[in-house]
Design a protein around this ligand. Structure first.
Ligand code: KIV
Ligand code: ZN
Length: 514
């Protein structure tokens, strides 16, 4: 079996998905889970993009030990310096440099000739090689590039020290057969090919990202780049869980395997979905809620007689444990702590106590507390941002013939209390108008999503919002048994994040002027 390296870009290309905006704590949680999943390399961000990005990449690089950590850089010395600043203390500092190589990108975006692009790429790789033991080079839009030019530039960057050569299908344009042929062509034409790792990076604009990645493996790629749940720019990137499970289930055909701990897939998928607010479609391959549901009578009959009639992947393979009942209202602190550890959470005593209080409160109202409920409670605690406003009370008056009215009381950071009331055309709008009044600034709601955690009438509600305020955009999440309370919590969480972003920006500005 050939070993295929997994390069996860959930925190870089995935974070570029429209509407996704993770804070540092959330990025760290995802990175830790990716390490547990066993990915070989985590692309933690784009350090030159902002000081916040650089700091997040640095924190991840300093925390993660069992996966290597990399950061993206354009082919400029300042980008490479920023990446070095972020990555120099990581286990195995590794940089990912790119420049576009297709005629369309060179002419319209870069406004550079072929010679200039080659010169810039070689200069960047040589500069990076003086700092980083491992240099990866990507030819952006490789699949729409001229093949002879691709060979020329790749040979030059290999000569300059790049060891990993990535061939991105930046716009999701190529077909599996063409992508496979391109890998064959490069294998036959690149110098020192036996010392080079060829990498595939596919986007899903035509729904072919997984198929393309697998075609690349068949034709010599030994690194696959992608994201969890396939999140990413536009239609997203290749879903790593799909590639890994396909290689596992069809190892007879591909004769290749990854080092992923497959039964960590579901937890990783749930975490990414919850923290990014990108809900996984029910029919999504491998991790969708319906991936193991057998609905028609004929299928159910078959599965009851012999599972393999209609089931090629078992839920256990990816870590689905059928949401069993775990704790009840009589469960104590000790059992709760053990369960949190079993679910993979490492919380401080203070956070654990706070989570236990939320759990006890929920256990009074909800008959069955499932793993999914605990996952929601513990994730919220683990990734909680500094709260300038804490919700004390929300009350809503609604009737089909009344104007919905919300009254909300919050505690401010200095311990004082504020309470306000407002109306809206619906209950949620009334709540959001009230919070806006407390906040005293104009806030725009860009997106609102609600999800139930597990099934049943008494299920927890998980609300995701995206807001903008004074040119800053952020998201917020809130979980509660009542949908209106969850809505209020999510909005307040987003407002708190706007304030954190503003303080971060103020600190950055002060540092720059020093
Ligand atoms: O899709 C792409 O081309 C990329 C590169 C920066 C690797 O994400
Ligand atoms: Zn990409």
């Amino acid at each position: 079996m050939r070993k295929i390296e997994i390069f996860d870009t959930t925190l870089r290309d995935g974070e570029q998905s429209a509407g996704v905006n993770l804070n540092t704590l959330e990025k760290i949680e995802i990175a830790k889970q990716l390490e547990k999943l066993g990915v070989d390399c985590i692309e933690a961000g784009f350090p030159a993009a902002s000081k916040g990005d650089l700091e997040a990449v640095k924190l991840i690089a300093d925390t993660i030990r069992d996966s290597s950590v990399t950061g993206l850089a354009r082919s400029t010395e300042s980008d490479i310096d920023a990446a070095w600043e972020a990555l120099k203390d990581s286990e195995e500092p590794r940089i990912h440099i790119f420049i576009a190589t297709s005629p369309i990108h060179m002419k319209y975006k870069l406004k550079m000739s072929q010679d200039e692009v080659v010169e810039r790429a070689v200069r960047a790789v040589s500069y990076a090689k003086k700092k980083f033991p491992k240099v990866q080079f990507s030819a952006e839009d490789a699949c729409r590039s001229d093949r002879e030019f691709l060979v020329r530039i790749l040979n030059e960057v290999i000569q300059a020290g790049a060891e990993i050569i990535n061939i991105p299908d930046t716009v999701g344009y190529i077909t599996p057969q063409q992508y496979g042929e391109l890998f064959q062509f490069l294998r036959n034409n690149l110098r020192n090919i036996d010392k080079i790792t060829l990498s595939a990076h596919c986007h899903d604009d035509l729904g072919m990202a997984t198929a393309n990645s697998l075609a690349a493996i068949e034709n010599g790629a030994s690194q696959i780049e992608g994201t969890i749940n396939g999140i990413g720019e536009r239609a997203g990137n290749a879903s790593l869980e799909e590639v890994a499970v396909a290689l596992h289930i069809r190892s007879d055909y591909y004769q290749a395997k990854t080092g992923l701990v497959l039964n960590e897939i579901k937890r990783t998928s749930d975490l990414v979905s919850k923290l990014t607010g990108m809900i996984v479609p029910a029919n999504k391959a491998v991790v969708g809620d319906n991936a193991f549901a057998h609905e028609s009578g004929i299928h159910q009959d078959g599965v009851l007689k012999e599972k393999t009639t209609y089931e090629i992947i078992t839920p256990e393979l990816i870590g689905v444990n059928s949401n069993r009942l775990v704790l009840g209202k009589h469960s104590g602190r000790h059992a709760f702590r053990n369960k949190a550890i079993e679910l993979g959470f490492e919380l401080t005593d203070e956070k654990l106590n706070e989570a236990f209080t939320v759990f006890k409160d929920l256990a009074d109202k909800k008959k069955e507390i499932t793993d999914a409920d605990l996952f929601a409670i513990l994730t919220d605690k683990q990734t909680e941002t500094e709260m300038k406003y804490t919700l004390n009370r929300v009350q809503v008056q609604y009737g089909t013939d009344n104007i919905p009215t919300a009254t909300i009381a919050v505690t401010l950071a200095d311990g004082s209390q504020v309470s306000e009331a407002s109306t809206g055309s619906g209950s949620v709008e009334a709540i959001y108008n009230t919070i806006e009044r407390i906040f005293g600034r104009s806030v725009k709601l860009l997106d609102y999503k609600i999800n139930s955690v597990g099934g049943g009438r008494d299920a927890l509600a998980d609300v995701y919002v995206r807001i903008s305020c004074d040119g800053l955009e952020t998201s917020g999440r809130g979980t509660a048994q009542d949908v209106l309370e969850a809505s209020a919590r999510a909005y307040l969480n987003a407002v708190n994040r706007i304030l954190s972003l503003e303080s971060l920006k103020a600190i950055q500005k002060a540092n720059v002027s020093i």
